[in-house]
Design a protein around this ligand. Sequence first.
Ligand code: NDP
Length: 454
Amino acid sequence: MGRRSRTPTRKNYIEMSSYQKDPALSAHSKRVNYIAMGCLIFLGPIIVVCLWHTIVNLDGSALNMWKYWKTYNFEGVRKIWPMPSFYACKLIVFFAVFEALLQVYVPGERHIGIVSPTGNRPMYKKNGFTCCVITIFVYYFAYKEKHFNPAGVYDHLGEIYSALIVISMIVCCLVYLKGHTYPSSTDWGSCGNPLIDFYWGMELYPRIGRDFDLKLYFISRFGMMSWACLVISFVIKQWEQKGKVADSMFVSSVLQLAYIFKFFWWEGGYLNTLSMMHDRAGFYTIWGAMVWLPAVYSSPVLYLVQHPVQLGRWVSIYVFFAGLLCIYTQYSIDWQRQEFRETHAKARVWGINPVKIQAHYVTEKGEHKQTLLLASGWWGLARHVHYIFEIGSCFFWSIPALFTHTSPYFFLLFLTFFLVDRVERDDRRCKAKYMKFWDIYRKKVPNKIIPLIY
Ligand code: NDP
């Protein structure tokens, strides 16, 4: 990866090719303008605290939260806002250091990333799966040996989220300052507006030293791993409180853990996705990974702690296997594209030779490059057909909560909006990158997510 000695300048940003130049294009759809960014920075923490409060203190009822909000407004938010405690800070710092040490010291294969807009190829160590297994083993061992009680995480959850909000804001500011003063590579730049720079980020691959990739750390090691630990903590809380784990809790938590394991198993593929290749390290990515991801993604399981629905054997089995099928299918769609590109279209797709589009594009340095677009198999059904299965997985780990309250479906709702917006954003980015080649693909595969419908 390029180092600072390449003397990155603000010009790097200005001269970026059109698919990287416009931060709104790179980070968000054009609808998300300055005001929206400001609102998201302000509202994100409030939503996290209100969601926690609704689930834990208001019986999971969004209606109760709405009544509370109508009565007290922002003053009410101040009243319920938990103070970050010493216990919470200690836990977060310990977890953060532990995960950083694993990232540095656990051995793993070398992974070479995709060529960045300024021509760098970032290197990674692919040790996420091993780190995940070690983390869960150590977490469980600490519980079994009575060094630490994960049920306490549930009891102190408000303080933990509150502390996380503060710590993550500090981290975002530090990463922003690092981007301004000491960028790690030539893939950086300022658009001249501090709000956009803070929100969207300055650097594509910020690092400490040569190898410690901050984006990988915050998204994968901190965010995804803390999601897994929260799920386990909530299961243990129910076990300690009710003396057993309800089948709904079992189905929901095991599906989430299966998804997280799949994520780490497929880590090499993840390093080539939009989040790693195109999203810069700003509030959007770092705060999202440190706070939003663990707090919102684990919320269906959090709800089940106090609402242990009994689904019965057959419903549990159907929901469980439907969820597993979604997770597996999503994996196989991601894998199909990865294998297609890795083998330069030589691997057969669904038993036949793939339909490919040779797409040309120009990098910011004016270099002409080419790549392949797959237009058959899953990728011939719709341009983002895997999002159906992403939403499907989320549906099946939320549905065990049944329909008494809406709060366990907050994540599902958010994910649906998020992915629909992501499709638009990716479409615009690919159109700007591949121009007429993207049009050819769009003509061959006209639907965005649902074959024949959307
Ligand atoms: P995608 O897997 O949708 O990849 C999009 C990129 O792939 C494009 O920008 C383009 O990049 C390339 N591409 C697009 N079409 C083709 C094609 N036909 N053939 C070859 N390459 C193509 O990216 P995501 O990051 O959105 O998703 C990755 C995984 O992460 C998915 O499984 C998704 O469901 C999951 N995800 C989960 C989220 C969550 O919060 N739970 C959020 C977002 C994603 P280029 O050509 O430049 O390489």
